[in-house]
Ligand binder design. Sequence first.
Ligand SMILES: [Zn+2]
Length: 433
Amino acid sequence: MLAIKGARLIDANGNVFKDAVVLIEGSRIKQVGTASQLPLPQGAEVIDMGSCTLMPGLIDCHMHIEAFNVLTTNNYRVATFEVTPQLQMLQSLLNAQLCMEMGLTTLRTLGWISYAGVLTPETIAVRDAIDHGFVPGPRLKVGGWATITGGHLDLILASNAPRRASDYGDGPWELRKKVRENCRMHVDVIKTCASGGGGTDKEAPDIRNMSPEELNAIVEEAHYFDKPVSCHCFTPAAQKMAVRAGVDTVEHAVFTDDEAIAMLKAENKPVIPTLAHRTDRAIEIRRRSGTSEFTLAKMKSLQPYTKETFQRLHQAGIKIAMGTDTQLDPEMGSQAIELEVYVDYGMTPMEAIQTATKNAAEALWMGKDLGTLEAGKLADIIAIDADPLADIKVLQERDNIKMVMKEGRVYVDKRPGHEKHVIHDQSYGWKKL
Ligand SMILES: [Zn+2]
């Protein structure tokens, strides 16, 4: 038996416990309560986190761990054409570990493409190496692509770059085959795209990416294999097509309208906003990597819409789950910036924390095991040396993340005399490529 103590505990069901204790048996939580309610069992190992706040490990529902973060490469051309999939795979592991140091215990990584094709097998290898205990890291949920020729996920690669024809499908049956091939590789989720996007050259966000018939086929096939579908939707037209098709999460939602909001609400579809990726800071980081002025201007022009849409969705009571789209920008591990934006746009800190815990776990079909601190759930617990309910920004400071536990095992422990890290490297201390 293991007991963790902290000055306060946010259970992510809306409760705050003072002078809190969590009892853990194996990988799961046995009980949560206050020190006066829960006497420490005899012989229990005690991890006393002193003045820290205990809360569930954070979950990023939408990021791209495979991306060569711009701060690790001198420019976009190097990242796109000179980095091999093998090297990219190792960078993915480093990226995952950087995120875990920051309290992220689950990452849903939704794919990346290089000159050598979509990097799904490489990401699956990283996921499995972590799951098998070869290397320490967060839980990865890996997305496999089912997308069309010339769609947004195709245009991430320069238009004249060589491509593998097998990475795309056109028409319902080719796309069903893409889903089946991904399931054969053991992906966790199917990623698709119903509209244009923001971070690509010469592409309007309102370009429709596939027909309703194609999207319906992808979702039906994925659900036959018991896999959720994550759908990139910039526009209300895309959101409506996605809800009608039965996708499981609606990503980005830059623009919306009343009808789309009503449909999302009626079907209780989680929306994953990805706003960290649209901040001025993210744009500046992108500028340094050589992103075109056209793309930077497009990213900037979306900001007022993302704010308005976020506020409308929140006010309508749509379930919002945290996703950051961390990839080329901002820095790996800086995901908590997303929560600061949510609070700036009107959420309470408690609501923001729930987007990255309870709501995120539910959106990813993991609500039974993750997202809250309560009896029976997996013990993914972090300790913060501050109160994120008083200031959500404290989650952005690496020094504040004092302990990170995944499934009952401690990966980061900064108590005096317990110096333990999932990765010792200070952020971005390595040599640039
Ligand atoms: Zn993305």
